[in-house]
Write a protein that binds this ligand. Structure first.
Ligand SMILES: [Zn+2]
Ligand SMILES: [Zn+2]
Length: 342
């Protein structure tokens, strides 16, 4: 296996994630065509790995991408994934269920494991989880208080409080109807928050009823844009602090798939306006996936465009190199081995 860039001769950084490809921290692969490149961080060019060293590494990489990587973003042709320190460019598009699973499945199911741990321990061990996981500096005394003879629900509530605090939103705003000043939206009132569609697809207005005059449609607290986005993401993460089972995440991803897109799902769930507390559990998980999806989507587009251009150029070269050096039937059988199918 190469240890240096074929173009600029810079050494590749070693990695500890892949036994069969111990060099490179940015990798690109195409499981369908059986290509594997190490991407140089200095000159950004791709070095095609020697074909005889490629196959175990490809299998290993596909498994890593499937089981442990997080999808950052993708185009129709390539997906950018992250697994620990490794950045992985995978050629080929994932299905949406698979896509959402990659992105959020591990996050939501690991929340669930953490939640179970907090419940089972319910004592000193749970206190250690609280302290070790979330407490910083002056907060530790609260952890100690929590552990001192309080039940598992208290420990869980405490852990959640340490993680999120008590307010989903803080700021200054006034009720349009009566002028009441809003300073905070406590999580405790989340179920009563209203979600209303806006002109922008997938974007919502988050509304809290005015406690003084009762206005809701023409007053109250009305959060828009970034403020609404951020508040909704916090509220949903808080609401789903207990995480979700794999099955629930898969059902939620299927809901999004059936809706057509995260934006469509949001539109269907919220319709003309809906209280958060009225959204069913799977729908709520799907909404959390959808709002996070929408907020991250555009961030990596530039980088992806560049990567895709790289891939197209490197793939042309790879086709020539592999085609000249390797009999096609061998490539085909190796491809089957890696992709596990026809
Ligand atoms: Zn280089
Ligand atoms: Zn009011």
């Amino acid at each position: 296996m190469y240890t240096r860039c074929l173009v600029c001769d810079q050494p590749f950084e070693p990695n500890e994630q892949l036994a069969h490809l111990p060099y490179g921290t940015r990798l690109a692969f195409d499981p369908a065509r059986g290509r594997l490149w190490i991407v140089c961080r200095a000159c950004r060019r791709w070095s095609l790995t020697p074909i005889e060293d490629r196959w175990e590494a490809l299998e290993e990489l596909e498994k890593l991408a499937r089981d442990r990587a997080r999808l950052l973003s993708q185009t129709d042709n390539i997906a950018l994934l992250k697994a620990g320190p490794l950045e992985i460019v995978r050629v080929g598009r994932a299905q949406l269920a698979e896509e959402a699973w990659w992105r959020y499945g591990r996050e939501l199911t690991s929340r669930r494991q953490q939640w179970n741990k907090l419940g089972v321990a319910g004592s000193v061990a749970a206190g250690a989880v609280v302290l070790g996981g979330w407490a910083t500096g002056g907060m530790t005394f609260i952890g100690i208080w929590l552990v001192a003879g309080h039940g598992k629900e208290t420990v869980r509530d405490g852990a959640r409080w340490l993680r999120f605090g008590s307010s989903a939103w803080r700021g200054e705003a006034r009720c349009a109807a009566c002028g009441h000043a809003f300073r905070t939206v406590p999580y405790a009132e989340r179920s009563a928050l209203g979600l209303f569609p806006t002109d922008q697809p997938g974007k919502m207005e988050v509304v809290a009823r005015c406690p003084r005059c009762g206005a809701y449609h023409d007053g109250g607290l009305r959060l828009k844009g970034q403020d609404a986005d951020r508040t909704l993401r916090r509220v949903l993460a808080y609401h789903h602090f207990a995480g979700a089972s794999e099955r629930r995440v898969v059902s939620a991803a299927k809901l999004i798939q059936e809706a057509g897109s995260p934006q469509d799902l949001t539109r269907i769930l919220v319709k003309g306006g809906r209280r958060l507390g009225d959204i069913q559990r799977t729908g709520g998980i799907a909404l959390e996936i959808a709002v996070n999806e929408a907020s991250e989507q555009h961030l990596l587009e530039l980088e992806l465009g560049e990567l895709e251009a790289h891939w197209k150029r490197e793939e042309e070269l790879a086709e020539i190199v592999d085609g000249e050096l390797t009999p096609l039937p061998m490539l085909e059988s190796l491809r089957r081995r890696v992709t596990g199918g026809g």
